[in-house]
Design a binder for this molecule. Structure first.
Ligand SMILES: Nc1ncnc2c1ncn2[C@@H]1O[C@H](COP(=O)(O)OP(=O)(O)OP(=O)(O)O)[C@@H](O)[C@H]1O
Ligand SMILES: [Mg+2]
Length: 307
């Protein structure tokens, strides 16, 4: 069996005496869309920088597309594409100038570059002039050109760090179509996002908190393992203030009771029989059983609210 695209064992990254990544281990299969989720500062970008050969680990072992730091960081860099969290194209340069600049940094041959540029511009359905300054592109198109730039040297694994932050929902959908196409063509996609609808589209997700991976599974299995019991939606019959919610009797029956838009999602504590409380709660809420959402999983695990 071919080696996994990404192998990480006991990876630790320290900055001085601060541990940003704390002994994480995981593997990503070839052609997988692997999601990396976590609150701000959880260590996602730091992990990606190691996996792109940009930052030496303090401890631990990494292999990306069959290469590691033993072969020098250059070896990793040729195997990976990286779309960083900060927009990295030059606004003052045209699309063509940006791409050819990256091609020269990557020392790509001119025939290869021209062929690859054509392929990628088709891939992102780029329909403007190559002479357009990047500054004049709409946000979604800028992100797509950034993706093309990250793919220019035809890497096996691409790291996309919040690629859709700040773009419109329609552009996010288009971008995810490209991600799925990439994975279908055999590329491995490692992506971070704060959007749960995007996380749903990943094959597997790692949830990170304070430098550690606290859960890793498919979206469906994460929901099952984080919420093994029944989950209900509570829809207030009349709008409730925070104080009124806090004063609701029987909240101790729940391991989870969190606002979800104007409603609440609630999970019953294991082994609790809440039939005795239900009539009273039904005076205030319409209650129905639901499937937990990934957002529920995120709130319960990453934001770590315990009841
Ligand atoms: N070069 C550095 N020197 C010192 N501390 C750093 C450095 N880079 C990152 N950190 C710290 O490491 C922690 C993890 O940062 P990182 O950027 O990896 O988080 P993140 O999960 O990507 O967060 P976000 O969702 O905000 O992008 C943060 O506390 C950050 O301040
Ligand atoms: Mg980050």
């Amino acid at each position: 069996m071919a080696e996994q695209a990404v192998i990480v064992r006991d990876l630790t990254v320290r900055f001085g005496d601060f541990t940003a990544v704390d002994r994480i281990s995981f593997e990503v299969g070839r052609g997988e869309i692997f999601g990396f989720l976590g609150a701000n500062g959880a260590g996602k970008t730091t992990t990606i920088r190691v996996l792109c050969g940009l930052l030496l680990p303090s401890e631990g072992f990494v292999r990306v597309a069959g290469t590691g730091f033993e072969q020098g960081d250059r070896a990793i860099k040729t195997k990976v594409g990286y779309m960083s969290q900060k927009f990295t194209l030059y606004n003052d340069l045209t699309v063509e100038e940006n791409l050819s600049f990256i091609a020269s940094l990557r020392k790509l041959g001119s025939n290869f570059y021209v062929e690859r540029r054509k392929e990628l511009l088709e891939f992102i359905s780029f329909d403007r002039s190559l002479g357009t300054p990047v500054r004049d592109l709409p946000g979604g198109t800028k992100q797509q050109v950034s993706l093309a730039a990250a793919l220019l040297h035809d890497p096996e694994v691409v790291f996309l760090d919040e690629p859709t932050a700040g773009v419109t929902p329609a552009s996010r959908n288009l971008f995810w179509k490209l991600i799925r196409k990439l994975a279908a063509s055999g590329k491995t996609v490692f992506v971070t996002t704060h959007y749960m609808d995007e996380a749903e589209q990943c094959g597997r997700i790692a949830l990170m908190r304070e430098g550690r991976i606290i859960a890793l599974d498919t979206p469906e299995d994460l929901k099952r393992s984080v919420f093994p019991g029944a989950v209900f939606e509570f829809d207030p019959k009349t709008p409730l203030s925070f104080a009124e919610v806090a004063a609701i009797e029987h909240l101790d029956l729940f391991t989870f009771f969190e606002p979800y838009g104007l409603r609440f999602h609630a999970a019953i504590r294991d082994g609790e029989d809440w039939n005795r409380a239900r009539p009273e709660l039904e005076c205030k809420f319409n209650i129905r059983r639901i499937k937990p959402s990934l957002e529920d999983v995120f709130i319960k695990t990453v934001e770590g609210k315990k009841r």
